[in-house]
Write a new protein. Structure first.
Length: 766
């Protein structure tokens, strides 16, 4: 993830003016933050950054492990910021490849699994020893003391090794000036063990090693669930690095050389093979080239480009090899600007995360203060020092935020598991809240509402020829051509069992048509009606129909016209009607031509005012920003990545490109737009449970703290109450594992408006 730094004086990156040398008044950058252990770490780093001289704003996202920082370059710089954050024990960097991120997160996950394994293995025996002591089987005081000693010894690996990350995180947040939940956890664990050692030293068997073990084990389990979401966030940040090839064929010193992209300069000549992806933005030097821009614009057919036209990295050269002159170096390409803006959007926080941060701010400080007050008050009242310490310890233990720490992750895990059963993958914690509250939804057209393949809707023929013969002649003429229309014609001809001749002499006119020169027969023309008319062929007026048209003529006589359309997914119209019934604001956003968008949108149930055509990725994002919030966008291509990031929640459909899947907060594994409705209903259930869990856990802490301060509660009872609060949120989350009516109702019932497949005026293209 390189080249993330840019000046914020420009709202977007325009490679055409990249040579400007003016000094920006403000700078912003996306940083990768290494060393964060929990959301408290993220809050501490954010607060620390905001206090630095020259920093205007900072937002740290724990799930994606990123920080969006805006600063004044006249006051501070990137190196100073990195050094200051490093003093806390974290690392700030803008240089992290996708592979490095994966390896770092994998190491963290392996270490966490090992610590959890140690905690469970030794903690189990600690709890068994504690159970023998609590139930008091009359083994005698000496044996009872020995069992308590064994419980404390068995807890040492848990407290000393498994719990180490909590202490490290606590120390870092303390140094940042914002102690978080890990400080409270650490004090609870250390205090419980310290008090246990004191009790053993005094000859008492009343120890609380089991309390320390329970705290560490439960919170480690919660951290493991959180890490899964964090890994997904890191993948999303680096996925666009893999879009273009790693090397390019460049003309250097009189010959073509394969060079890494980072050493290719503006003005270099680059050669791109047929069916290869363009590595740079540049100016076409060949007379013509056929470019598939679907990944960037959503256009369903390749575009014929001529000498001097601008082509972009990420597009595919579907014709013969071409040569371009580089206009934008690595990091300055149009696709790089999409990536950088996407990274900015991902670094910002959702509202639900901000609520969690608020809880994290006041709960640890309140618990620490109340525990200290409790100790002083009961000491002044003449209570023995050890009893006062136990009283204060109970306040600390009962307030340990296990339930708060588990409230969201356990629901996330349950919802994720149920979603996987339904073919829905949630990858962002905020997606549950935003999907549940969403009031608008926008769909991409090609590959989202459609199957991605063209189909023959109708074959119009002259009175003396059969439809199959028209199809055979068209498919035969298109032999050897890789154009999607040609592939569709051949596929349908083969499906109908038609025989196609090979090796016919043809002349191909890209994006126009084909002429077949068969010996002893009249010339056969196959192509767009407009091109056929230019060849002097009279086309019947009724060939104007919505869709892509392929005309067939022999000599000067028209034989027929094939009308091809994109194939709408079977449940698209039903899904659109379902969202309309739920009072959603709807929109169809596409880079395709207006006639195609209006025709397919009509068949899909979109009103005319809801159909938007010929949109660039930037235009999609701008239009999406005007929809009611929270918003959803459903897409499948690289050209949709900016819109997926701009929407409150991005959803990628089955068969989407890897880049779209990684950027999206929700990915669908099963085909059908009906899956989007399932995701919305599941997210609504999950969000409701998250709110319940968070409200319960906070209410528990407030009530438990009040009771623990009001009356002496044995630490074991405090630990049991803490465990019970955790069990309660776990049980509430487990409701998501129970099958509900949604699993069948989300099949998209028959309540939708079945609209007739009617068409208005067609646009004829090939």
């Amino acid at each position: 993830m390189s080249q993330l730094l840019h000046d914020s004086a420009r709202p977007g990156i325009d490679s055409s003016d990249h040579g400007a040398s003016s000094t920006p008044t403000e700078c912003d950058a996306i940083f990768v933050v290494q060393g964060m252990w929990c959301s408290s770490c993220a809050f501490a780093v954010e607060h620390f950054l905001k206090k630095q001289p020259g920093v205007l704003d900072a937002s740290v996202n724990f799930v994606t492990a990123t920080a969006l920082v805006r600063w004044l370059p006249a006051t501070t710089n990137q190196t100073q910021l990195e050094q200051r954050v490093s003093s806390l024990g974290y690392r700030l960097t803008t240089q992290a490849t996708a592979q490095e991120s994966r390896e770092r997160m994998s190491r963290t996950r392996r270490g966490l699994i090992v610590r959890l394994g140690v905690s469970i293995a030794f903690g189990m025996w600690t709890l068994m020893a504690s159970a023998l002591h609590y139930f008091n089987y009359g083994l005698g005081q000496q044996v009872d003391w020995f069992i308590a000693l064994m419980a404390a010894l068995l807890a040492l690996p848990v407290v000393g090794y498994a719990g180490l990350p909590f202490y490290q995180a606590a120390w870092r947040t303390l140094r940042a000036g914002h102690p978080g939940m890990d400080v409270l956890v650490s004090l609870g664990v250390i205090s419980a063990m310290t008090f246990s050692v004191w009790q053993l030293w005094r000859g008492s068997s009343d120890v609380y090693a089991d309390t320390a073990v329970m705290l560490v084990t439960l919170l480690l389990a919660g951290r493991l669930v959180e890490l899964a979401s964090r890994q997904t966030g890191m993948e999303a940040l680096s996925s666009l690095d893999d879009l273009t090839p790693e090397r390019a064929r460049v003309w250097r010193d009189g010959h073509w050389a394969s060079l890494p992209l980072d050493i290719v300069q503006r003005g270099d000549r680059v050669s791109v093979d047929a069916q290869a992806t363009l590595p740079f933005d540049g100016t076409l030097e060949d007379a013509h080239a056929l470019i598939d821009r679907a990944m960037l614009t959503g256009e369903t057919t390749p575009v014929l480009m001529t000498r001097g036209d601008r082509v972009e990295a990420g597009c595919v050269n579907t014709g013969s090899s071409l040569t371009l002159r580089v206009d934008a170096e690595l990091g300055q390409r149009y696709i790089d600007s999409l990536r950088n803006r996407t990274l900015q959007l991902h670094a910002r926080k959702g509202e639900f995360q901000k609520v969690s941060d608020s809880v994290a701010r006041w709960l640890p400080s309140a618990a620490l203060g109340l525990a200290a007050v409790t100790f002083m008050v009961v000491s002044v009242r003449g209570i023995e020092l050890d009893e006062a310490f136990a009283w204060a310890l109970s306040v600390l233990i009962v307030a340990c935020p296990c339930a708060v720490g588990l409230a969201i992750p356990v629901v996330t895990q349950a919802a994720t598991t149920r979603g996987l059963r339904q073919g829905i993958v949630f990858k962002d914690l905020s997606a549950f809240e935003m999907l549940a509250r969403a009031r608008s939804i926008a769909f991409d057209k090609t590959g989202t509402l459609t199957t991605g393949q063209l189909g023959i809707r109708e074959i119009q023929t002259a009175h003396d020829i059969e439809a199959d013969e028209v199809l055979r002649l068209a498919a035969q003429a298109e032999q050897g051509i890789t154009h999607p229309l040609a592939q569709t014609l051949r596929r349908h001809a083969i499906q109908r069992g038609l025989t196609l001749e090979d090796g016919l002499p043809t002349t191909h006119y890209p994006s126009q048509g084909v002429i077949v020169h068969k010996p002893r027969e009249e010339i056969l023309h196959v192509g767009s009606p407009r091109w056929l008319e230019e060849q002097g062929i009279d086309m019947p007026p009724d060939t104007e129909a919505t869709g892509k048209l392929v005309g067939v003529a022999r000599g000067r006589h028209w034989l027929g016209t094939l009308i091809l359309d994109e194939t709408l997914t079977p449940d698209a119209a039903e899904a659109v009607a379902h969202f309309r019934d739920a009072s959603f604001t709807l929109a169809l956003l596409s880079g395709d031509r207006a006639a195609n968008v209006h025709a397919l949108g009509y068949r899909g149930g979109f009103r005319r005012s809801e159909r938007f055509a010929e949109l660039t990725p930037d235009a999609k994002a701008r239009l999406l920003a005007t929809l009611p919030k929270p918003s959803m966008f459903v897409g499948d291509g690289i050209n949709d990545t900016l819109a997926l990031a701009t929407a409150t929640t991005g959803i990628s459909v089955a068969g989407a490109t890897p880049q779209a899947r990684d950027i999206a907060s929700v990915s669908l594994l099963t085909t059908g737009i009906g899956q989007v409705w399932k995701a919305h209903r599941l997210a609504s259930s999950a969000y409701r449970l998250m709110r319940q869990n968070l409200a319960f856990s906070v209410a528990y802490n407030v009530l438990a703290l009040s009771l623990a301060m009001w009356m002496p509660i044995p630490p074991v009872i405090a630990a049991a109450a803490m465990a019970l609060s955790s069990v309660s949120v776990l049980a509430n989350a487990a409701r998501l594992y129970i099958p509900s009516d949604d699993d069948t109702q989300a099949q998209m019932g028959s309540s939708s408006s079945g609209q007739t497949n009617q068409a208005s005026k067609p646009e004829a293209i090939v």
